[in-house]
Design a protein around this ligand. Structure first.
Ligand code: 9J3
Ligand code: ZN
Length: 264
């Protein structure tokens, strides 16, 4: 671990290390059946296999409307191999709305830290939430109701509530320029604008992307999610270089907004 930061995990990062399909940690996985899950639908926990690196921060990820854990499963090993415990979940019903998905994300975090077989590997004080579409709306709900969360990342999020000034959790909003289900003008952009100006926050709009881009392996989503989780769950300032100065528009980034340097 770093001399000044007890939460730092893994070697110094580079552009290629955050873009790689896998990070430095070997990953194991374990299933959580719906029968053993209370308040959510079960799922899969991906975690660094080693027990030599202390505990890890953790993130729970919700799928979107009508979708299953499989729709966001690629993020499990992708993020866990960088040094996080990652829990991809099913919801109780595939038609649950964002507020319910928010409660389910929190129930899954509680399962992960209190009941799961890997609870001893998780630092229960360093947790985050992510989700796709209505799961992204649930991500905002979870952060609003549990301000101790240290990172939130809605992916092409969808919610009828456009205003989130209550959030105290560093939040990276990811939208897609071609989203016709949760258009950025009606969802991600107002979400971002409504967050407090004093909050560590960012808005990443994917270029040439759709509502369902977060359902397949995507290097742009991965590299900025890894950087955000590392920066705010692990307090790992080695990743600040990928977030500030703000990334420039490119073939994969339509637009990026944020406040730099980060303070959290
Ligand atoms: O989770 C989602 O994909 C939400 C988008 C949606 O279908 O909303 C319509 C009710
Ligand atoms: Zn609101």
């Amino acid at each position: 671990h770093g001399a000044d930061n007890p939460y730092e995990r893994g070697p110094a990062p580079s552009q290629s290390s955050i873009e790689a399909s896998r990070g430095p940690y070997s990953v194991s996985q374990t299933s959580v059946s719906s029968l053993s899950a209370s308040g959510f639908g079960g799922g899969t926990i991906y975690y660094p296999t080693t027990t030599s690196d202390g505990t890890f921060g953790a993130v729970v990820i919700s799928p979107g409307f009508t979708a299953y854990e499989s729709s966001i499963a690629w993020l499990g090993p992708r993020l866990a191999s960088q040094g996080f415990v990652v829990f991809t979940i099913d919801t109780l019903s595939t038609v649950d709305q964002p507020a319910s998905r928010g409660r389910q994300l929190l129930a899954a975090l509680d399962h992960l830290t209190q009941r799961s077989t890997v609870r001893g590997r998780v630092d229960a004080t360093r947790l985050g939430v992510m989700g796709h579409s209505m799961g992204g709306g649930g991500t905002l709900e979870a952060a609003k109701s549990r301000p101790s969360l240290q990172a939130a990342i809605p992916l092409t999020g969808w919610h009828t509530d456009k205003t989130w000034p209550e959030l105290r959790t560093p939040t990276l909003i990811v939208g897609a320029d071609g989203d016709t289900v949760a258009s950025v003008s009606s969802h991600s952009e107002p979400f971002y604008q409504s967050l407090p100006s004093t909050l560590d926050k960012a808005y990443l709009e994917l270029n040439g992307a759709s509502h369902f881009t977060p359902n397949s392996s995507n290097t742009t989503i991965a590299k900025y999610s890894i950087s955000w989780l590392k920066r705010f769950i692990d307090n790992d300032t080695r990743y600040e270089q990928f977030l500030c100065p703000l990334p420039r528009p490119s073939s994969t980034i339509e637009e990026y907004r944020g406040n730099c340097p980060h303070t959290g």
